[in-house]
Design a protein around this ligand. Structure first.
Ligand SMILES: Cc1ncc(COP(=O)(O)O)c(C=O)c1O
Length: 379
């Protein structure tokens, strides 16, 4: 059996153990400690955000962001439909109501036309949202000038779900730092990982203080344990943060390698009309987390054929996220499409595929993958 080629697996840089050993040597095993504050400070330096709060996951960071914006029972939150369920689940944790917004083909991210439709409807029905959660899919930024202009018009804050886009930029700014609050994920498959973890970033001190308070069981500043509101155990541990500090040192290398992989696919598919790589917009530089493509309507090859052919050779690939408005759990919530009929996110789901994008892929693996794919289209 050939060695497995993964979609996107953990790739250590070498310095992670140094920070973990420091945590062991100083007995900073328990939550918090110098690696946590070190990781937060280094993330602020990298992203240009003023404040950062390290958490146990990206999902918990989204939950904290919603709490900071006081999203509660019965509130409405607009949310990208084409995403992983973790973007939308915390809206439900808060007893709020998600309204899903379609993508456009240029960015694969939230479409400003669909967003405007949702606001028009909300104005008419007196259901204005408390927040808009915008996802930067597969490592590429959404088009924030267009989206932010609409949100600003109605004074609604943006939570940027940058779980997949750490290191990507929009007009020179790091993704995650464009909305009022941003979140990152360090889950095992992300561009850098802490095995599991997340981070909330913001330039607003009040939100950061609130997040820190909530993430540490909402403990009041008293000698005894005093709690006036519901708390959460959401802080990252000092050992885990050590992995993050080591990983951050290789983030730029990982982005370069991911870009190399994307370009190898682009070059490899240049003569195959039926494959179209995800569009890269010139408003920024993605981190190329996953190389995604679509298969043209009417092609004799279907995304499943590709996934099965790769799987036969022990190579992992994955469908594009199934949009939230199509998920049985979320299907009864409102959805605003950018099209008159059907939706862009549904079409991307039907025709899309995430190709192996592991930074440990070497030239031989890459050629092998391209050969398999080309063969399917030529037969
Ligand atoms: C877009 C998006 N949002 C949120 C998350 C949740 O992050 P985590 O797994 O760290 O909770 C993920 C990934 O897992 C994601 O891809």
């Amino acid at each position: 059996m050939r060695k497995r080629v993964y979609l996107s697996s953990p790739h250590m840089g070498g310095e992670e153990l140094k920070y973990i050993n420091e945590a062991f040597d100083t007995n900073w095993i328990a939550p918090l400690g110098p690696n946590v504050s070190g990781f937060e400070n280094e993330m602020c330096e990298y992203t240009g955000s003023k404040y950062a709060t390290a958490t146990v996951s990206g999902t918990s960071a989204i939950h904290l962001a919603l709490k900071c914006l006081e999203v509660g029972e019965g509130d409405v939150v607009f949310c990208s439909s084409l995403t992983f369920s973790a973007t939308a689940n915390p809206i439900i944790y808060q007893g709020a109501e998600p309204v899903f917004i379609d993508s456009n083909y240029e960015t694969w991210n939230m479409c400003h036309i669909a967003l405007q439709k949702a606001f028009d409807d909300a104005l008419e029905n007196n259901t204005m949202p408390k927040a808009v959660v915008i996802v930067n899919l597969y490592g590429q930024s959404a088009d924030y000038d267009k989206l932010k202009a609409i949100c600003d018009k109605y004074n609604v804050p943006i939570i940027e779900d940058a779980a997949e886009s750490l290191g990507a930029t929009y007009k020179g700014k790091q993704t995650g730092t464009i909305g009022e609050i941003g979140i990152y994920s360090f889950n095992g498959n992300k561009i850098i990982t802490t095995s599991g973890g997340g981070m909330m970033v913001s330039n607003i001190e009040e939100y950061t203080k609130k997040a820190l308070f909530l993430a540490t069981q909402s403990r009041e500043a008293e000698r005894h344990y005093e709690h006036k509101e519901l708390g959460f155990n959401y802080r990252m541990s000092n050992v885990v943060a050590g992995i993050g500090r080591g990983q951050l040192k290789v983030l730029d290398d990982r982005i370069s390698k991911k870009k190399e992989i994307y370009e190898a696919y682009k070059e490899g598919f240049k003569d195959i009309e039926d494959i179209e790589m995800m569009n890269i917009c010139d408003f920024g530089e993605p981190n190329y987390w996953l190389s995604a493509c679509t298969i043209k309507e009417g092609s004799k090859v279907k995304p499943l054929d590709i996934m099965l052919a790769l799987e036969k050779e022990n190579i992992e690939s994955r469908p594009v996220w199934k949009p939230m408005h199509m998920q049985p759990f979320f299907k009864d919530y409102k959805f605003f499409s950018s099209l008159e009929e059907g939706s862009v996110s549904e079409d991307l789901f039907n025709r899309g595929i995430c190709l192996p994008s592991d930074t440990k892929i070497d030239k031989k693996d890459m050629n092998h993958i391209l050969q398999i794919l080309k063969k399917i289209f030529i037969i």
